[in-house]
Design a protein around this ligand. Sequence first.
Ligand code: NFE
Length: 526
Amino acid sequence: MARIVIDPLTRIEGHLKIEAVVEDGVVKETRSSGMLFRGFELILKGREPMDAQQLTQRVCGVCPTSHAMAATLALDSAFGIADKVPENGRILRNLIQGANYIMSHILHFYHLAALDYVDVTKVAQYEGKDPALQSVRDFIKRAMDAGDTAMLGPFVPRYEGDYRLPDDVDISAVSHYVQALNMRRLAHEMSAIFSGKMPHQVGIVPGGVTETPTIDKITEYLWKLQELRHFIDQVYIPDVVAVAEAYSDYFEIGVGCGNLLSYGVFDLDVEETDLAKRNRLFKQGITSATDLTYRAVDAAKITEEVRSSWYSSPSSLHPSQGETEPDPSKPDAYSWLKSPRYDGQVYEAGPLARMAVNYVAGEPTVQQLINDLLASFGATPAALFSVLGRHAARALECKFVADNMAEWLLQLKPGEPIIAEYRIPSEGEGVGLWEAPRGALGHWIKTEEGKIKNYQIITPTSWNASPADDNGQPGPIEQAITGTKIRDEANPFEIVRIVRSFDPCIACAVHLVSPKGTELGKFRVS
Ligand code: NFE
């Protein structure tokens, strides 16, 4: 029996530790541990409600827009203005959020996950004229000449022995790695056109947005969006397909819990104040690998369990009643993440969940995108529940969102209102159900005497990287790893490829110290 410990698992956001017990080459048990404490719920207590949409963005530099949206939706509902947001406000929120989806998905594929499949060292022999490849080649050469492999980060250290892309595909993927940096800059610039700056934008506020649409801004946004759409169609999706062709066994690796959950995202109107029922581009719903049928979401069925988490607060509370009482010495606990559960069951969140829920709900464009992809691999929808299924769903979703953004942009009406008028009530309660790029995101707020009395956040990675719950049910990433065959225990590609297919983010945490400043934990970062 061997124990594989990957700590920290790099090329994700935040610090995740994975421990896998391997027997006869197969993972028998997995533990996923979030090694940083976030504590935003505690920071927000007693503060002005309007602080929530600014402070919670600091949960993460990758998905701040989603936290702004979830907080703002919670405030919209606590202030009684959820259905008063004007059309321009609704559309601009979607455009600011959509730009962040594109940025995040390109970031994930090229700069976080691709290095599991692409052998960058092949570029050392490059003799062509592509300036991006020349710069990577020179970067590699400098490290080689200096005899210092540490200078090769972020490309090494890495696992060895399973890079399969044909040379030409591999080298062009490295070129796209560099090109993708520019694409992410473009997406950030798009956000900033309507939200002031990125990351941590300032445009999304209760009632709508702060920025007016003008012909100039719409044109500038459209120009950048068209360049990104071209990149998604001509580069990103083909690269995902090329990886899938070379690593097709990963359509069967990393299946996971088989249950998918989406809160829905991108409001198409704001008439419905119950966000679990609101008309959205991505529909709210759940589905399962076993039946692939559509079922509605009931937000009352969400709980957070803490048996395996470093918290002494009660378990199985609905987030509207949630409590955050850290207890770093709790026996048998192994994660700072709580275990969100839906109706007591384990659910995966993310692009696969969104696309699959829309697929089973009958959304025709999503059905066509997925059916075409599956047909090209001779695969059935069951193949979606896998490492490659998650990558493919993310890339196809990126296209679906970007294509819709081009239409939304032309629905803006310069000169018309962008924000509703409102007064902040001294007491209120609200929930913001939304989808961050990585999946279902919920903010729950309660205010009293004009201040935040309670605030709870459940992020997508809390769903996906959660530890075992009160009934011992492992979280989605744990389930996806357990049962996997490991070809080489010294180079456990399978584990990191599975984890990174979920695109986890152990978001914006703080080092944990006691009130006296005593160090309670030490983390090796390499
Ligand atoms: Ni830090 Fe985030 C997204 C949120 S992660 S990246 O997407 O919410 O769980």
